[in-house]
Design a protein around this ligand. Structure first.
Ligand code: SF4
Length: 435
């Protein structure tokens, strides 16, 4: 069958090669997958030109996926350094890479990614427009904004963040309801400034049908951006955030009418007690479209540790229905992450995603944990290292403090409860004192 998008194929009950791969990875039947995709509840971001991709599905019924943001900036422009981060992110299990490059030859890097990278590639064309046109923001025309979207689609990008929910109405709501942190979305702040300076409507909102045409042609998934995501706890779940979400729900329906795959971007910073409700609100207002959350960061006081504050929020969000978690590194709010920051951020978000999958009862999600528990029971240290989410770190810790008794660790030594219980249950004498 000829199909424009994965969604169109699903709606015609046609199982694509990409769906077969995803069904196998997720231990879900092809029929169940096709049904969820037809309803927009699961997506397979997969640009027709991205030939090196290993397809993945994103949706609440599937394993929680993680995204890693990378890309050059004026202060760190080395393509080699960014590629090193990409490779290590993929080795560590990232299913998606968002290229947020905002300096230098952004097209070269983007094309390198879609030529060789097996992960889903996402971009934010708004950032790139400013770099590409190399002129003041105010002078970028509506046509030029749309041309950048087309260029990214032609370069093989699988999903694009488009900040089309912040229209004149949302902007008014934002102005009337003062915030502590205003707009903290980079793309959102750019388009808001452009709207204010030119007096024009958001071009992506006004010409949404043109955006859809491009996305349909290349099967680019729309990641409907949350320009008004809260940037601090005090702004969580406020009028502007919800107003924008209502608009994103309306745009979701319009995209689905053209068989364009959609996911919705979400908070942000938010107290823990608001997260579950936010997931429900999104599910309702956006008709079950997959939710892609940027955190949520659950406290504002921990610069240097925001991989932890966001992993807490991400785990809660995913347990309550978020399908896709964006990593946050310890460098968040402070600087562009280096290779080590990227690693710390990925491990933290993978833990969050995995913990949520167990809580959701996904088939096989706890198998890994059970294997680790068996190895711990046997005090099989090599197996524990093999199974650890970060084998090198686990090994380095153990080696840095060798116990007197090799089968225990230096935490309890002779008092090792695991060893002593194994022995007593095997009928051996446990002395502890003189062992
Ligand atoms: S020594 Fe203590 S911490 Fe170490 S393996 Fe035994 S029970 Fe666990």
């Amino acid at each position: 069958m000829k199909f424009a998008t994965q969604m169109e194929a699903a709606r015609n009950n046609y199982v694509t090669e990409e769906m077969k791969v995803v069904a196998e990875k997720e231990q879900i039947s092809e029929q169940a997958l096709v049904k969820l995709m037809g309803e927009g509840k699961v997506i397979i971001p997969c640009n027709k030109r991205h030939k090196s991709i290993s397809p993945n599905g994103v949706g609440a019924a599937l394993k929680t996926k993680i995204n890693v943001n990378l890309g050059t900036s004026r202060d760190m422009e080395s393509l080699e350094m960014e590629l090193e981060k990409v490779n290590s992110a993929i080795d560590m299990g990232a299913e998606a890479i968002m290229d947020l490059s905002s300096f230098g030859d952004t097209r070269k890097f983007r094309r390198m990614l879609t030529k060789s990278c097996p992960a889903m590639i996402g971009t934010v064309p708004i950032y790139d427009a400013v770099v590409y046109y190399h002129k003041p923001l105010m002078q970028i025309t509506t046509e030029e904004w749309l041309d950048i979207v087309r260029m990214h689609a032609e370069d093989g990008v699988d999903f694009m963040t488009i900040h089309c929910g912040i229209n004149k109405e949302t902007a008014e709501k934002f102005k009337r309801n003062k915030r502590m942190m205003n707009i903290v979305s980079r793309g959102g702040s750019i388009i808001y400034a452009w709207m204010e300076m030119t007096g024009k409507e958001n071009p992506f909102y006004e010409h949404f049908d043109d955006v859809l045409k491009i996305c349909r042609e290349h099967d680019v998934t729309l990641s409907l951006g949350d320009a008004c995501r809260p940037g601090c706890l005090a702004d969580g779940t406020d009028a502007a955030q919800i107003e924008e979400l209502i608009t994103l729900g309306e745009l979701t329906k319009r995209a689905w009418a053209k068989d364009v795959q959609v996911m919705i971007e979400g908070p942000g910073h938010m107290p823990m007690n608001q997260i579950a409700a936010n997931m429900e609100i999104q599910k309702t207002l956006c008709y079950g479209a997959p939710f892609y959350v940027l955190g949520p960061i659950v406290t504002d006081i921990a610069p240097g540790y925001d991989h932890i504050t966001s992993a807490i929020g991400g785990a809660i969000a995913a347990q309550h229905g978020a399908a896709f978690l964006c990593y946050v590194t310890p460098a968040e709010h402070l600087r562009l992450p280096d290779v080590n920051d990227v690693k710390e951020g990925i491990i933290a978000v993978r833990i969050a995603a995995h913990a949520a999958d167990i809580a959701k009862g996904l088939p096989g999600a706890a198998d890994w944990d059970n294997e680790m528990s068996k190895a711990r029971h046997k005090l099989d240290w090599n197996r524990m290292f093999e199974l650890a989410i970060d084998p090198q770190k686990a090994k380095t810790y153990r080696e840095s403090s060798q116990p007197q008794k090799e089968d225990t660790c230096s935490m309890c030594g002779n008092f090792c409860a695991v060893k002593n219980m194994n022995r007593i249950l095997d009928g051996e004498i446990v002395s502890i004192f003189d062992e």
